[in-house]
Design a protein around this ligand. Structure first.
Ligand code: PLP
Length: 360
């Protein structure tokens, strides 16, 4: 069966070249007579794969030497807890920006460990924008400032890095990491689940500045303790080796694409044409403030809601799948991460245009 265009928000489409390479290497990895997933994580072959993935990530994001790169489990949701457990460093408060449902989940989890002050919230607006920076109230007693770079459900994305008023800046980059070049030095900590832009689910990357680790709460589980994980090369216990290997293949693919500047240029083109198609139509609409529209997740609605089922069925028949919006908000959402080819976005635009001509 030919591959179709999969607009899922995550787990999401992976580059076809990565899948083909993984298949080719599957039964007999580099003439070892076994697959990479059957090897000891401490053996020299897997350790080389792990080290290469870290080196490639450091190269792609220009991660300075005074940051640790960790490959962990428990997803971004695990990090919602691990961040306060490790970063409070004796303080009782953390400060969060609330721009959508993922911010809210991060806040709810942090509240189990500390008191959370919200620097700014766009809840009143229905999470369709990012609060004006002039109105942010950053609590100087907080241990860090946390924000969500891209709200996967609402389709709202920061287009630059906010100022944290001297606090360590912590960011959930699950749904836009590696989609554009990044100045890592602005951050105290970055975390991202892999299953959107980096690989399959089951592995989460943490990039953390050296001076912020080593002061975790005493009751922090060892597998969530950044210092212990850093000291053991993210191998305090058995890591998800196959997922880690696949993540490494995605990083190699990104380098082959020309790195993040080239990937960003393509992402801008894809997003701009999809939003333009939505904006010039009378049938489709996107509610997000144009200044903060996500390049990764494009939610849209139909003016005629009775057409929703037909839209999905006909899209599926045209090879365009997983366009349903998140269950909490409904409507539609096209997730167009790095691995979505430009032809996929062109096919979606063409389908939407034709659907509107037929039913609009
Ligand atoms: N943060 C964001 C922005 C997300 O989109 C997701 C989606 O899955 C999560 C956190 C949760 O990630 P996980 O399922 O890996 O815990």
């Amino acid at each position: 069966m030919a591959r179709i265009f999969n607009f899922s928000a995550g787990p999401s489409m992976l580059p076809e070249a990565v899948l083909l390479r993984a298949r080719e290497e599957l039964p007999d990895w580099h003439s070892t007579g076994m697959s990479i997933m059957e090897m000891s994580h401490r053996g020299k072959d897997f350790v080389a794969v792990a080290e290469k993935s870290e080196a490639d990530l450091r190269e792609l994001l220009a991660i300075p030497a005074n940051y640790k790169v960790l490959f962990l489990q428990g997803g971004a949701t695990g990090q919602f807890a691990a961040v306060p457990m490790n970063l409070l460093r004796g303080r009782s408060k953390a400060c969060y920006v609330n721009t959508g449902l993922w911010s809210e989940k991060a806040i709810a989890e942090a509240e189990r460990y500390c008191s959370v002050t919200v620097a700014a919230s766009s809840k009143e607006s229905g999470f369709v924008t990012i609060p004006d920076r002039a109105d942010w109230r950053i609590d100087q007693d907080a241990a860090y400032l946390h924000y969500t770079a891209n709200e996967t459900i609402g389709g709202v994305e920061f287009q630059d890095i906010p100022d944290s008023a001297g606090l360590p800046l912590v960011c959930d980059m699950s749904s836009n990491i590696l989609s554009r070049p990044l100045d890592v030095t602005r951050f105290g900590l970055i975390y991202a689940g892999a299953q959107k832009n980096m690989g399959p689910s089951g592995i989460v990357v943490v990039i953390v500045r050296d001076d912020l680790i080593g002061q975790a709460r005493d009751d922090t589980p060892s597998i969530f303790n950044y210092k212990k994980q850093a000291d053991s090369g993210s191998m305090l216990n058995t890591p998800p080796t196959y997922n880690w290997y696949l993540l490494g293949l995605v990083l190699e693919w990104l380098k082959e694409q020309g790195g993040l500047a080239a990937v960003e240029a393509r992402n801008i083109r894809k997003a701009e044409k999809l939003y333009a198609a939505i904006d010039r139509s009378a049938l489709y609409s996107n509610p997000v403030d144009p200044a903060y529209r996500s390049r990764m997740n494009v939610p849209f609605r139909l003016a005629k809601t009775d057409l929703e089922k037909t839209f999905l069925a006909e899209a599926r028949a045209a090879g365009l799948v997983n366009l349903e919006g998140h269950r909490s908000v409904g409507g539609f959402r096209a997730s167009i991460y790095n691995a979505m080819p430009e032809e996929g976005v062109d096919a979606l635009i063409e389908f939407m245009r034709e659907f509107e001509r037929k039913y609009g």
